[in-house]
Ligand binder design. Structure first.
Ligand code: WTA
Length: 641
């Protein structure tokens, strides 16, 4: 028997969506206060629901939700379900190797495992407020560790296990983590990533780390540093399965998650306990319309915000069954996703457009040989989905029978902001469609005015706070103010452009800043340029994104050399340097060696022109006569690779 989870705040019809939207804008405080009060376990109610100032002055800028309230998010994700759902599966674990038996972890088992992990952390020195770095493969232990940190009030900082030693050490140092959790290795397709080796290299330049807890996942031969490194399995075995939840303030930090910035340094986005919990639960239930008993699968990695919000906290706070997949879509073959859907009778499937595009090019027998009839809702996230991919997903996976939710949101927003609600509001191919109740988007024109006509195109901003918005950038509130609140007075600027149709549906057109989304991963072009510039023969470089059929975008680097036009070895070395320092996902697909880069008279590289050239769009370069060196444009066009 399937029951939709009842709540007045979960829309079950278009009319109810409209009504909720109206309530949420007419009296936002009442809206969130009623939802939060009804749907969660709090140790103490808030004194003040919302206090905010959206200002570009860092001294004024601040957002606080549920101030004065006391809670622990893990009690809402685990303990409160135990009486009714102790024996229900909380997490299904599907390993990289299809021959390895899947695990079904019940809510009772989850409770014990999280408590044991929490006690293991404490025994190794972790305390409330400490920052703990998780550099782990996608095994259940990663989910336990995330929740264990939250249990004891430590702040988790998950670093995606595909990142390089340098990226890891930058992140560990930025937030001064005293504990790192990792594994000997991680399985990804037919490869093993040497996580411990990378961790060792990273930690050579970190003096803040006291302990490293190492999960044995792959039986790889690794070095253990005496006094610093301990084995997870041994420590876990010693730990008690009872661990009282630390009582947290709603505005205490829950986690830090780094995302690329348009200057070289990644931004540690800070999310707090109360507002984040409220919004991920609310959005999970509204968007996916989760019904009791549904099997829900989000294919993201917990290293990204999608995994935090919609593998761990959203589904578990709703008492759902969430599937965690360790592997990759292409192993052992390109039918792996569909095999897993069939095997576990997945009802709700949430993935990225880049995965859809690459799977759509495969032999259709890899799809048709699997029974996908359990599916009732599909979702996408991470970048705009093109019409072709949307139609393929609809026809071949959804069999024209499943709503598709195209969910727009960001690491900074914590939860889904603009989307259709599955089967409740209409989905429109290539449109994210409508804001969730409680979210007030707007479009701004170039001169900073809000576009008030129904139809329009501009920069996407949000004009009122929502509970799960990031509160700051760790250690750099000024940068938070500059990045998000200085472009348009009193509004949060997303960095994205969007169009709105006459019915109010939003279509996201893509980033308008220096971030490029490659296969759903946000890459800061400045960060890549900094690395390229480290090569001894490189004078300067400019990195832009260009459209790519499968990855959405790919990286194009324009490079000038110091007094040589040699290019064969240099381009190879640049690729290797970037892959080694930042990780293989950042590697430029195209590198063009050129003798000059177009610049403004003040010496700024005109990336706007380079973006057009990289995309092969030579017609619309705009006025180049004002450049410092207009003559180089022709050379750059001729040399395009
Ligand atoms: C892009 C991922 C179009 C967008 C949750 C945003 C999207 C950035 C969509 C955030 C979508 C995400 N349609 N674009 N449905 N979802 N984006 O922080 O440019 O990894 O600003 O968060 O991805 O990426 P992030």
């Amino acid at each position: 028997m399937l029951l939709r989870q009842m709540s007045n705040f979960i829309a079950s019809s278009e009319a109810q969506y409209e009504d909720l939207y109206k309530q949420s804008t007419e009296d936002p405080k009442k809206f969130w206060s009623d939802f939060a009060e009804q749907e969660f376990v709090w140790h103490k109610q808030w004194d003040n629901l919302l206090d905010y100032k959206l200002s570009s002055d860092a001294n004024d800028l601040g957002v606080k939700w549920f101030e004065g309230a006391k809670l622990n998010i893990t009690e809402n994700c685990i303990d409160r379900h135990l009486a009714a759902k102790g024996e229900q599966t909380a997490i299904i674990f599907e390993a990289n190797d299809p021959k390895e038996e899947a695990l079904h972890i019940t809510y009772s088992e989850l409770a014990k495992n999280v408590n044991k992990t929490a006690n293991m952390l404490k025994a190794n020195g972790a305390k409330k407020g400490d920052r703990i770095c998780l550099y782990m493969p996608m095994t259940p232990e990663l989910a336990y560790a995330v929740l264990a940190c939250a249990r004891i009030g430590a702040v988790h900082s998950v670093v995606f296990a595909g990142f390089s030693a340098k990226s890891l050490s930058d992140r560990v140092m930025d937030s001064k983590c005293n504990l790192v959790l990792t594994a000997d290795g991680g399985y990804r397709g037919n490869k093993i990533t040497s996580l411990k080796e990378i961790t060792d290299e990273a930690l050579m330049s970190c003096d803040c780390v006291e302990k490293v807890i190492v999960l044995n996942r792959t039986n790889s031969k690794i070095a253990m540093e005496y006094g610093r490194d301990v084995w997870w399995q041994e420590e876990f075995a010693k730990a008690s399965d009872v661990c009282p939840a630390e009582i947290m303030d709603a505005e205490d930090m829950l986690f830090i998650l780094y995302t690329s910035g348009s200057t070289g340094k990644p931004k540690g986005m800070v999310h707090t306990c109360g507002g984040y919990m409220v919004y991920v639960n609310y959005s999970f239930r509204n968007v996916f319309q989760y019904e009791e008993g549904d099997i829900y699968w989000c294919t993201a990695d917990i290293g990204w915000i999608t995994g935090h919000s919609y593998i761990v906290y959203g589904p578990l706070s709703a008492g759902a069954t969430t599937l965690m997949f360790e592997g990759v879509p292409s192993y052992p073959d390109m039918g792996r996703f569909w095999e897993v859907v069939e095997k576990h009778k997945v009802n709700i499937f949430y993935t990225a457009p880049t995965a859809i595009r690459s799977l759509a090019t495969c032999d259709m027998r890899l799809v048709t040989k699997h029974d996908l009839s359990s599916l009732k809702t599909l979702g996408t996230v991470g970048e705009p989905i093109n019409l072709e991919a949307w139609e393929w997903y609809d026809e071949h996976i959804g069999k024209k029978n499943c709503p598709i939710v195209d969910t727009w949101w960001q690491t900074e927003t914590g939860g889904i902001m603009i989307t259709s609600l599955a089967g409740v509001t209409k989905d429109i191919p290539t449109y994210a469609t409508l804001p969730l109740p409680g979210i007030q988007p707007c479009l701004m024109d170039e001169s900073g005015n809000e576009i008030t006509s129904a139809e329009g195109e501009g920069r996407l901003c949000i004009k009122y706070p929502w509970p799960s918005m990031a509160r700051t950038i760790y250690g750099d509130h000024q940068r938070y103010a500059d990045t998000y609140f200085s472009s348009f007075a009193g509004k949060y600027f997303t960095g994205d452009g969007a169009k709105r149709n006459a019915e109010g549906n939003y279509r996201i057109t893509g980033r308008v800043d220096d971030i490029v989304i490659v296969s759903g991963h946000n890459l800061g072009t400045a960060e890549i340029e900094n690395i390229i510039n480290e090569h001894e023969l490189v004078a300067e470089s400019a990195v832009v994104g260009y459209p790519h059929d499968v990855k959405g975008n790919s990286i194009y680097a324009f490079v000038t050399l110091k007094g040589t036009s040699e290019s064969g070895a240099v381009t190879r070395e640049i690729r290797e340097l970037v892959a080694k320092t930042l990780g293989p996902i950042c590697k430029p697909e195209k590198i063009q060696i050129t003798t000059g880069l177009p610049k403004t008279r003040s010496g700024k590289i005109m990336r706007r022109i380079l973006r057009k050239i990289a995309a092969g769009d030579f017609e619309n370069l705009g006025d180049i006569s004002t450049l410092l060196n207009p003559e180089c444009v022709e050379e750059v066009i001729k040399g395009r690779v």
